[in-house]
Design a protein around this ligand. Sequence first.
Ligand SMILES: Cc1cc2nc3c(=O)[nH]c(=O)nc-3n(C[C@H](O)[C@H](O)[C@H](O)COP(=O)(O)OP(=O)(O)OC[C@H]3O[C@@H](n4cnc5c(N)ncnc54)[C@H](O)[C@@H]3O)c2cc1C
Length: 379
Amino acid sequence: MTATATPRFAERFPTDIASILDRVEQIDPIRYAQTRNYLDGAVTRLSPYISRGVISTKYVLLRMVERGFDPRRIEKFVQELAWREYYQRAWQVKGGEIDRDLRFHQEGVQNTAVPSALVNASTGIEAVDAAIEELYKTGYMHNHARMYTAAIACNIGRSHWREPARWMYYHLLDGDWASNAISWQWVAGAASSKKYYANQENINRYCRTRQSGTFLDVDYADFEEMPVPEVLRPTVVPELETKLPKPSDITLSPGHPTLIYNSYNLDPAWKSGMDVNRILLLEPSHFRRYPVSEKVIEFVLALAGNIPDIQVFVGEFDDLAATVSGSIIFKEHPLSRHYRGTAEERDWMFGVAGYFPSFFRYWKKCESELAGAQLALGF
Ligand SMILES: Cc1cc2nc3c(=O)[nH]c(=O)nc-3n(C[C@H](O)[C@H](O)[C@H](O)COP(=O)(O)OP(=O)(O)OC[C@H]3O[C@@H](n4cnc5c(N)ncnc54)[C@H](O)[C@@H]3O)c2cc1C
């Protein structure tokens, strides 16, 4: 089967490479820093492309530098890009441990499901319900809305973070299990020592709503002892199933290297112009463990349409490897550890590797790379 671009995401998340690169050119890192916390702020909406490996954080930073921005003057924006790398570095070290409470036991858990009111977008918190509707429609949710949703699920509804995280990941075009699982844990107090709460006043400010009298319309001091509100009591374990395309035959040029792409590596510039076999590998075992919606699969296939002559292989790595006669090359990723062949380094902004319990300890090291102009970019 050959991947074909589907124009279904054209409006909010175009999948052709020219539009994606143009979106990078439209970034206003100054307005970004001033408005990013607001739901209508100047956020980039680049995460679906960065998390799927179409473009790298390094590419985005490099373009900012080429446009004349000194990275030290647009620190807030660079820091946000660095969060991506921070989580990926944590995943490299911790592997499957990020699937469980990473640093602290999540306190106060009463269920291992998801409040049905979140799944049905009927919590009564207008901004959150609208953000969930938007997630279902577009596959995107603003960072603040993600934090509000997670706080309602884990800290007000007292669900363990994992099922709600899996539900959100399923629908996100930018689903990145490291950013997702650890952010949920950060909100729930499993990756940080404090739970995150947002009250109605905070939500009204950043979402420009004017609600009062809701279950969140309380003082922060009241949250910890608050019983689960009636509306959040019914829970559900959503059925999350991935519909993969039907397996079909692929044709490999014998003796040529085979490059492996997957839903975290869809880089059209990777060894472009070289005479190689290009295979998008969709492993059923991966999607059983980390299910994604039909929309996400459609998005992945459409992005793969930017890679000339790519063929889709639905099956396990070992089955693919058995049909390959030349070398196999892939990009390093925590979920590709079972691949065999040559693992190439991803494009990082910072050479800072390892697990840091706190982002700011990690960022200090990145800052010295920036200050010492030792950034891999070479400026
Ligand atoms: C509960 C929760 C779940 C999340 N799940 C995911 C997920 O599955 N996939 C995902 O990519 N992000 C996740 N995030 C992080 C963040 O919400 C998104 O990366 C961000 O909202 C993407 O929108 P944007 O591109 O407009 O971001 P912008 O604000 O424009 O940021 C620019 C870029 O910086 C990077 N970035 C910014 N914030 C973060 C962050 N906290 N972590 C990682 N990268 C960041 C992204 O690549 C983003 O494209 C989650 C956050 C929370 C609180």
